[in-house]
Design a protein around this ligand. Structure first.
Ligand SMILES: *[C@@H]1O[C@H](CO)[C@@H](O)[C@H](O)[C@H]1NC(C)=O
Ligand SMILES: *[C@@H]1O[C@H](CO)[C@@H](O)[C@H](O)[C@H]1NC(C)=O
Ligand SMILES: *[C@@H]1O[C@H](CO)[C@@H](O)[C@H](O)[C@H]1NC(C)=O
Ligand SMILES: *[C@@H]1O[C@H](CO)[C@@H](O)[C@H](O)[C@H]1NC(C)=O
Ligand SMILES: *[C@@H]1O[C@H](CO)[C@@H](O)[C@H](O)[C@H]1NC(C)=O
Ligand SMILES: *[C@@H]1O[C@H](CO)[C@@H](O)[C@H](O)[C@H]1NC(C)=O
Ligand SMILES: *[C@@H]1O[C@H](CO)[C@@H](O)[C@H](O)[C@H]1NC(C)=O
Ligand SMILES: *[C@@H]1O[C@H](CO)[C@@H](O)[C@H](O)[C@H]1NC(C)=O
Length: 606
């Protein structure tokens, strides 16, 4: 985004918070009076965290071998070039690769971001890239006068090919500092590597691509390397040629939404806005999707999880437990192997992204993971079938003045089958996606109360077989429930109170079978947060926030459970465990065994 757009997005933010806007906007800061009244600046800093399962090195692996990649200070960085540092593969990685010819011996790679900040500051989005490929999309925590600290870890093992080559690390965190917003972020980026003691098992090698091609903007830039999608017709793309001996290709998409679309799922349709002269309220309804295209043809879509950043709705809700996905935004895989046939001609092809009904602004880029045939210079392929009927979107609107109800439903289906012939055989791959979306948006009490109830249901699968064997059969089912209540009361001049209730979650089930063995996982991750705050201008002058989160993960790779609750910066209770056999998960693990038996049967039958 150009620097001028940066300014306008800040101004817009202020405009949205104008008390005349009947639809309460949901982005606020902690105010000076709250901070002064409630905090002794010499108290120890507060540690923020996102609840997630720990990343465990495989049993028997050696490490970590840790390398500081970049140490950065982010003050007046908005619209400036990213912080960069030359990357050289750590000596331990080079040594391990030499010792285990070709395989790399890498068992696990973890990228860790740690940061501190003090003062007052907005929640800022940032990205971390290695040689143009994004490794982490994240949002900063909002600081306090006594200081805050937090860290984020992401498993980056799948980028092994990238980590093995020299390159450049870039971090863009657009921050602005002035008399009011004083917080400067100081951050370190560290790479932790673990290695197999014995030669690596074959299946794991196949999970890692041989080449990662970034679909992002090249440096130098006065911005992040992401594409900025600004409206519904904007399609941003990159032309690139892939090696002619590719036999598998997966597009990994990074996405975050900001400014007018930060709360896209709360946006009313344009006709409501026009009828009520609400020129400062973003519209175009509550449905959004990212559509990925190759040479103009739809290859898949992303129906994104509704990440709420650390200043969202009521900032007091996200301290110290941050919103699901806000420190480590989810990425989305689209398998484009069925389309390889037309991409293996050595010529450039166009990889593009658009957002249905987008308002300014969506940050999107992708990494193209490619698997190469080590025994031949040329693979061949062809698409056998392709079905991508357009989006089915229905809006039922009813309103009278500022009160009304908007019920939106949508669905989409994409599926493609194609074969690729390499020295490993002739493999036929099917990839499909099936999406459903329901959103109810209700405005009451002359538009001062808004209730959003939304569910996104996304299913996808990959099925690959050669003449005799099922190589891979994978299914991923994600459900994202969201409930959001906001009520504005006691409006006096530029002051008002906001009452809010947020429930959001990720329910995810994944099964995979085939040559790589059987894997299963189930995640239920739910937050329920309630708060009230008094806002003057755009500063929170008083308030409270309570958040409860339950995280349950059961998988063939282990289990994790956490039940944690906080209120006004204080953790009330925090229970966690990693046993698969105790109490809370015994039922789930019984189901796992059953499901496991069923899937095994299914895979054998195919
Ligand atoms: C501020 O906190 C420090 C450390 O907890 C304490 O020693 C000091 O007395 C406190 N000051 C005030 C004014 O409360
Ligand atoms: C970054 O690393 C330096 C050097 O090890 C250390 O002094 C500093 O405290 C670290 N900063 C953060 C935010 O972890
Ligand atoms: C949409 O955004 C693109 C890229 O910024 C711009 O060129 C185009 O004019 C915009 N279209 C509309 C209708 O605003
Ligand atoms: C919106 O503005 C138009 C023109 O200024 C005016 O005629 C109309 O009454 C206004 N509607 C409302 C609901 O305020
Ligand atoms: C509803 O809100 C509008 C805009 O804030 C205001 O002009 C109008 O008087 C309100 N109506 C009632 C019945 O309170
Ligand atoms: C949200 O809508 C679903 C049906 O679409 C319903 O089952 C659920 O009870 C609603 N949630 C709330 C809190 O109203
Ligand atoms: C939470 O903190 C706010 C601001 O310091 C304060 O006004 C409120 O009384 C606190 N609430 C509780 C329940 O401690
Ligand atoms: C499979 O599930 C059923 C019902 O959930 C249960 O009664 C049965 O004991 C389970 N079987 C195994 C082998 O766990």
């Amino acid at each position: 985004m150009a620097p001028s757009a940066a300014i306008s997005s800040i101004l817009l933010l202020l405009a949205l918070l104008h008390p005349a806007a009947a639809t309460a906007r949901h982005r606020h800061r902690l105010g000076a009076s709250l901070l002064a009244a409630s905090l002794n600046a010499s108290e120890p800093p507060t540690t923020f965290f996102e609840v997630d399962r720990p990343i465990r090195p495989p049993r028997g692996s050696a490490g970590p071998c840790s390398t500081l990649l970049l140490s950065g200070t982010f003050g007046a960085t908005y619209g400036r070039p990213p912080a960069t540092a030359a990357y050289a593969p750590p000596a331990c990685l080079a040594a391990a690769r030499a010792a285990s010819a070709g395989g790399g011996g890498l068992a696990l790679a973890v990228l860790e971001w740690t940061a501190v900040c003090r003062g007052r500051q907005f929640d800022r989005i940032f990205g971390v890239w290695l040689s143009g490929a994004e490794l982490l999309r994240s949002c900063t925590a909002e600081p306090r006068p006594n200081g805050i600290l937090w860290s984020v870890s992401r498993d980056v093992t799948r980028y092994a090919a990238l980590l093995a080559e020299p390159g450049e690390v870039a971090v863009y965190l657009g921050n602005l500092v002035d008399k009011t917003y004083t917080g400067v972020y100081h951050a370190n980026l560290t790479l932790h590597l673990y290695f197999h003691a014995a030669p690596p098992p074959q299946p794991q090698q196949q999970q890692m691509a041989d080449l990662i091609v970034p679909i992002s903007r090249n440096l130098p830039l006065n911005d992040g390397q992401w594409f900025a999608i600004q409206n519904a017709t904007d399609v941003q793309s990159k032309k690139l040629a892939i090696p002619s001996n590719t036999y598998r290709a997966v597009l990994e998409v990074f996405v975050s939404f900001h400014s007018n679309d930060e709360f896209w799922y709360t946006n009313p349709p344009n006709d409501y806005i026009q009828a009520n002269n609400l020129s400062n309220v973003p519209g175009n309804g509550a449905f959004r999707e990212v559509v990925a295209r190759v040479d103009g043809e739809v290859v898949g879509a992303v129906w994104p999880f509704t990440v709420i950043y650390t200043g969202g709705v009521n900032p007091l809700l996200w301290r110290p437990i941050t919103g699901i996905g806000s420190f480590n935004l989810p990425t989305y895989d689209i398998d484009i192997t069925p389309f390889l046939g037309k991409l293996l001609d050595g010529k450039e092809h166009d990889f593009g992204f658009g957002v249905t009904n987008a308002l300014d602004v969506w940050y999107i880029d992708a990494n193209l993971h490619l698997w190469l045939d080590h025994n031949s210079e040329k693979t061949t392929g062809s698409l056998l079938s392709y079905d991508a009927a357009g989006l089915d979107l229905n809006v039922n609107s009813e309103f009278n003045g500022l009160d009304g109800q908007f019920v939106t439903s949508a669905s989409r289906h994409v599926s493609a089958t194609g074969w690729v012939k390499s020295s490993y055989g002739e493999v036929t791959t099917t990839f499909y996606q099936r999406f459903r979306y329901e959103n109810s948006n209700v405005f009451r009490k002359n538009g001062t109360v808004q209730i959003v109830n939304q569910t996104i249901d996304a299913k996808s699968g990959i099925f690959a077989k050669d003449a005799t064997t099922v190589l891979l059969s994978e299914e991923l089912h994600k459900i994202f429930p969201l409930y959001l209540y906001t009520g504005t009361t006691d409006k006096v001049g530029d002051e008002y109170s906001l009452d809010s209730l947020v429930k959001l979650g990720i329910n995810e089930k994944k099964t995979s079978g085939g040559k790589m063995g059987f894997l299963y996982s189930s995640l239920q991750n739910a937050q329920s947060a309630r708060g009230i705050m008094r806002v003057k201008k755009n500063l929170v002058v008083s308030g409270l926030g309570k958040t409860h989160q339950v995280y349950k993960y059961v998988g063939t790779d282990g289990c994790y459970f956490r039940d944690v609750s906080s209120r006004n910066y204080t953790v009330l209770f925090d229970r966690s465990g990693d046993s698969c056999s105790k109490g809370a998960y015994s039922r789930a693990s019984t189901k796992l065994n059953n499901q496991s038996a069923r899937r095994k049967l299914l895979v054998n039958k195919l």
